[in-house]
Write a protein that binds this ligand. Sequence first.
Ligand SMILES: NC(=O)c1ccc[n+]([C@@H]2O[C@H](COP(=O)([O-])OP(=O)(O)OC[C@H]3O[C@@H](n4cnc5c(N)ncnc54)[C@H](O)[C@@H]3O)[C@@H](O)[C@H]2O)c1
Length: 455
Amino acid sequence: MATSSRRQFLKKTTGAAVAFGFPSIIPASVRGQNAPSSKITMAVFGWGMQGPANTNAFLKEQDCRVVAACDLDKNHLQSAVDTVNKSYGNTDCKPYHDYREVMARKDIDAVMIAIPDNWHALVATEAARNGKHIYGEKPLARTIAEQQAIVNAVKKYNVIWQTGSWQRSLPQFRMAAEFVRNGLIGKLDHVVVGLPSGHKDFAGTGNKMQVTTPPPELDYEMWIGPATMEDYIEGRVHKNWRWNYNIGGGQLLDWIGHHCDIAHWGMDMDNSGPVEMKPLSVKFPPRSDAWNTATEYQAESTYANGVKMLLSNDHDDVKMGTKWVGSDGWVWVDRGGFDSSNAELKETLNKRDEKTGKVVQSAKAKVLGDDVIKTKLYNSPGHQRNFLDCVKSGKPTITPVTTAHHSAVPGHLALISLMTNSTVKWDPEKEVINDNEAASKLLSREYRGPWKLEA
Ligand SMILES: NC(=O)c1ccc[n+]([C@@H]2O[C@H](COP(=O)([O-])OP(=O)(O)OC[C@H]3O[C@@H](n4cnc5c(N)ncnc54)[C@H](O)[C@@H]3O)[C@@H](O)[C@H]2O)c1
């Protein structure tokens, strides 16, 4: 179908789709079919570490068409456009510098956003306002207030949201959370969320900490966006921005959307959060360092039901991953494996497909069966696939925006409690910090003009 007639066709049918509760722009008459008009047109934002990984997954899906790429670095942008066009064998993918121009395109149905955390809120809310369905990266945003703005915009404009917390789409994480939810370790007592320590030189620029002029290919002024303007230092821009609090949140916030996300899944806390966060210990490099995020950190949260969750960098007693401890035993899961005090569970989840090496739903797991696994968690066919399916059906994804928000809140609260060296009392209903002015101030931060966050 030609673009103009496709647009007219969608225009005529969109109202009907919304009236029946489907936020999708895909008309019901073609939903699920593979007609050209049912392809989801997509724009991708950010071609650094994660953007290409997400985009390559979307390029493999037959019912999706990447038609635009946007980046503030000309070299990254060229690489994005070349990759997409090479994949389709055409020249249809168009390059963009300013995200607002892409969002204004009426023919784009969905966006994939993999840009640094300082930009998440502005780009995601602009996408929602323009009716785009969003595959957005974790953590949801740089501050809790920005996260709330994204949640509000996604709800207000009724768009589908999938978070890049892709561990939920892997069977071992789902099954581990199911074991906990079905009481196989008894009554849950506490959870240990192990996250990385230190800093990692992802860009190989860790020795380039001198102030220089920005390279001509990068629009550094816009890259800083709503954050505080700082001198250009190569070692804290691409990929390594996460080690400076102006743009990112260190290892704690880089990983909270993975292992705390899984912890909450097992705890049945996707729609709630802790009532208290206590700082235990932290090592902050000097604030003036280019890499100034905490290298070691520990904070303990308490939930309304009495369950405690430790958020900690990995060390002797704390392994990376998520460990739930109950009255009858424990379960631990990470990308590299699974372990349990219960021999039967351990055997179940460590079964791997001999060809692919992936953890599979083994015969043993099937034996556990419906009588044991009564509460079944969302089973996704793959994280990007799940997003496209939900854009078509209008159903929630495996990690909708509210889940992303609640998964990241403990990370933000831990950072706030460590930065203020104070216990933070959080109201998960009203989403406010009680009786702690210094901590409350860190729920949001000032935007550098002209950038303004509107819900
Ligand atoms: N889900 C995962 O496993 C996973 C893994 C890595 C990163 N991430 C997340 O992905 C996001 C990006 O991280 P990264 O490591 O890929 O960063 P990166 O620095 O490697 O890449 C970001 C890219 O975005 C571009 N960019 C910056 N601001 C932009 C804007 N306003 N508009 C368009 N492009 C812009 C940059 O020029 C850069 O090319 C972060 O939120 C990060 O937490 C997720």
